[in-house]
Design a protein around this ligand. Sequence first.
Ligand code: ACM
Ligand code: ZN
Length: 646
Amino acid sequence: MSDPKSKRKVKNKNSSVRSEGARGGFFARIFKKRETPPVYEPPLVPKPYGYQPLEGYFAINKDTLLIADQSRKNYAENFRDMFKRALEHELFIHYNKPGYNNILFEENPSIDPEGYVIECYPDRMKLSAGGAPGFFYAMQSLSQFLRLDTLLSKDVIYCPCMVISDFPKYRYRGFMIDVSRHFFDKTEIKRYIELMSALKFNVFHWHLSDDQGFRFEISNEKYKFINITSSERRGDCVGRPGSQFPYNDKVYKGYYTKDDVKEVVEFAKKRFVTVIPEIDLPGHTQALIAAYPWLGCDESDENGNLKPRPRVGVRVEYGVSEEVLCAGKESTYKFIEDILDEVFEVFDGPYIHIGGDEVLKNHWETCPYCRQKAAEIGGIGLQSYFLNRVAEYCKSNGKRVIGYNDGLNGGADPEIISQFWVEGKEHNESLKSQIRNGGRKFILSSERAFYCDYPYAVTPLKKTYFYKLPADFQSADIKKNMLGIEAPLWTEYVLSRDKADLNLFPRMIAVAEQCWTRQTTDEASIKRKRKRRKYNEARYAGFLNRVKAYEPILDLYRVNYADLKIADPTDKKYLKAERAKWAGSDQYSELKMNKNLAEQRKVIKRNGVLAGKIEENQNREIALDATSYTPIASIKIDLPFDKDMV
Ligand code: ACM
Ligand code: ZN
């Protein structure tokens, strides 16, 4: 498709489709099913805002110079390193401007700081960006466009002439990984940051604490049992509650040292990804209460004497726990502040997430400390009081605070950013009024579309791709408070990297397009329903093509992505059966099916078709064919993830 000859063919075909009606008779015109003209899209995910193919190629060869002044030298160096992945020789960087066979770097303040323009003409290329992140995204796009990682090493790379101009729809483009239910070590975390930054995500939300484990090193000797007790549980839930043996009795443990965190934060920074730590409070804290029971509520015995509640262990089962931090004791707040001090020591980004979701109040209602505190503070309610106090502490440390929307409904500080995950009439009304009356900002994380823990049979790719804010959130005054989108991966039933990969890919590509890609046509301006449907069908078909074209790159990263047969299911019977399995006792049906499909794909690639293509490709000067194949069997593999990546 990237061959200019085929582009010309596409154009001609379009014009003949258009003129056909005029040539046919009356009935022919009425009844002829008009084909939707094929739209040429560059093989890029997320799709860029503007793309204009031009005639010809620019040959990047050993004489091509990278032109950058001293202050832009590091951008040129990054691109030089990028080309090194597929070129046999290293490009030189120069500081003057010869007229041809060069790639010029230019910072342009009129471009969005994350935006960029790539102009490729037969004799030169120009890369302009609004700032360092823009150059980084230009690099991601160009590397993908040229399929650099899947090319055989050669002495020339041909770049089809074109102009790409691109900038993001939202400033906040996030993904979350829950490492409490199941732990992913620092190398795996870095791998996801790498994969997501290639899709232009710029936020990694790290869910470090929950009932099932606390996963961040605490050095304060006073709390030494956090990493001994709270970071380890006896037993792992390996099936659904309905299944016969859902738990094993193995010790499941792990936490990140501060050095691990620093390494991840630095790694992320290089990819323009901000890391947001989450310490989920005051619910989802059973792991902490297991180590320090005084963090929980007390109760009175029959004589009215206070006594601690029965001791609990780190939770093994899922669901919402009744064990929550006591909101009445001052010692709880001192504890949290001490923990947060250590969090702030190594997470130097602007945000902190304090959770606030799913807080059961049973213990608060009977705890004498909580009852007394509730009486003191009056109408605001303990939940809001608690979150506001913690938020105040975070703000005094220069942080912006994020919390889940279900925790913010009763008078929480309007400066806390709401992560809008649970929808429904009451939650929606409440958030809208918080936005209108208090100016609250929010991040969209709809459970229905962006929760990556669900199987594709429940949340198919199409649903994620087409998700729209609820109708009552469509007005400009609400939308302007939306910072962006985040997709969480809760890991109750994600025991392995393979399962995480499956649930995240290709779903995160759809999320990336929701976050990044501004549509050039406003769908609402297409008045006729049928036309709108056609427009969306074509859009989705283009998206699937681009996903397919991206699969070879995911192969390189050894991503166990879901086959489109699984990710984009259509058969109603199949869907019903798969949903029943999920609701019943089989969490791994899609994983098993996908293994078979991946095997089939490998066989097809090994058997001739691809081998022939590889040879053809070696003899051919045109190195690009994004849509049909990638020479996966003979690429020069230099995977960063097989070693330690930094
Ligand atoms: C959540 O899903 N409990 C935020
Ligand atoms: Zn209490």
